[in-house]
Design a protein around this ligand. Structure first.
Ligand code: PEP
Ligand code: MN
Length: 380
């Protein structure tokens, strides 16, 4: 048999996009990862105690996170750093997830812990220091839970895909990949976020791809811009560290967002995703006084996008009108106008009926025509 380890670009048939050209969606309770909605997993780096987790979970749930993250087994670089609460941390995470209706994500660091962690958590994370821990990957094949596989800081994309192939080949088809930054010569950030990897992975595999802007940057001021860039490059969602009081965090405080920074990020994401025809997954926060502000913020963000796109549409209409003028063809073609409206209104899906969408579009088209011939309108 050929030793594929020696070959660049060695084959990983189960994770190859060709195996599932339409992409894989992964169901985690009521959350779908890899579908049309952008899924945000958020929470503290480490579960520290009940008050910390309760406060942080309430904050991320209130801002629209769909999954709750938190480490109970922490693979720390130094043996003297906080190592996590172990099983007590798993229990706290499961309880906080239940309280807010959020499925949970937590790291498993050893093959022997897989059954224990799977008995508490919904998604089992493999950290960057364990991407090629093949005994762990094999054990995860039988975990009965989706796996969130992070890219190691010195792992090539071929190696990452082969690591995922281990899990699939051992019987578990539910693997979510996560780009979390790689180690480069750059020291301004903790790691270097490889956004190109997201585009490459989306082309090469059918598995969903998340981005972790927290470990990639190591700095909370950089988390939001990198998160928005991740959405733009086609990631299926994010893994973000949030702490109710980051300056007192026992782990990764400098890169943890405060609850209000996280709320701002979620609001900004709405606008950015809408530009790509996508939305944030899930129910909006409950209708309570603070959550009403979240609704209003999201509506404001959507209005900003709508107006920007409206202006772009009219500007294009005007340019097209000038081209037609120069070519001596009629600027207004009523049949084309009704085709444009029925095509767009026919593909709609949502609370607004197609006839209502058509009315709105007719108004847009009428305004475009008025902008094309302002003098005619004045004269009329
Ligand atoms: C984490 O997500 O808490 C973590 C330890 O990340 P990474 O493995 O990417 O360093
Ligand atoms: Mn961390």
């Amino acid at each position: 048999m050929v030793d594929t380890d020696a070959q660049p670009g060695c084959s990983a048939p189960l994770v190859d996009r060709a195996a599932r050209p339409g992409g894989t969606t992964i169901q985690v309770r009521d959350v779908v990862v890899g579908g049309p909605e952008f899924v945000v997993a958020a929470g503290p780096c480490a579960v520290e105690d009940a008050p910390q987790l309760t406060a942080t979970a309430a904050a991320v749930a209130g801002s629209g996170a769909r999954l709750l993250r938190g480490g109970a087994f922490k693979p720390r670089t130094s043996p003297y750093s906080f190592q996590g609460l172990g099983e007590d941390g798993l229990a706290l995470l499961a309880e906080a997830g239940r309280a807010h209706g959020l499925p949970t994500v937590t790291e498993v660091v050893a093959a022997g812990d897989v059954a224990l962690v799977a008995s508490y958590a919904d998604v089992l994370q493999v950290g960057a220091r364990n991407t090629q821990n093949f005994a762990l990957l094999e054990a995860l094949g039988a975990a009965g839970r989706p796996v969130l596989l992070k890219r190691g800081m010195a792992t090539t994309l071929d190696e990452l895909l082969l690591a995922a192939e281990y899990v699939l080949a051992n019987g578990n088809p539910d693997v979510i990949l996560c780009e979390r930054g790689i180690r480069t010569f750059e020291t301004a950030t903790r790691n270097t976020l490889d956004l190109g990897a997201v585009a490459v992975l989306k082309a090469r595999t059918h598995l969903p791809v998340l981005v972790d802007p927290s470990h990639a940057s190591g700095r909370r001021d950089l988390v939001s811009p990198l998160a928005l860039a991740a959405a733009a490059v086609g990631a299926d969602g994010l893994l973000v560290e949030v702490h109710h009081d980051p300056d007192r965090a026992r782990c990764d405080g400098p890169q943890s967002l405060t609850p209000s920074m996280f709320a701002d990020l979620m609001r900004d994401l709405v606008g950015h995703l809408a530009l790509g025809g996508r939305s944030l997954g899930g129910r909006l926060p409950d209708v309570a006084a603070p959550a009403m502000n979240a609704y209003r913020d999201r509506i404001d963000a959507i209005d900003d996008v709508l107006v920007r796109m409206l202006q772009e549409r009219v500007a294009l209409g005007l340019r097209l009108g000038r081209i037609k003028d120069a070519a001596g063809t009629p600027v207004w073609v009523p049949e084309r106008e009704s085709d444009v409206i029925s095509r767009a209104a026919g593909s709609t899906d949502g609370p607004l009926a197609p006839a209502a969408v058509a009315r709105v579009l007719r108004a847009v088209v009428a305004e475009t025509r008025a902008a094309q011939a302002p003098s005619a309108e004045t004269a009329a």
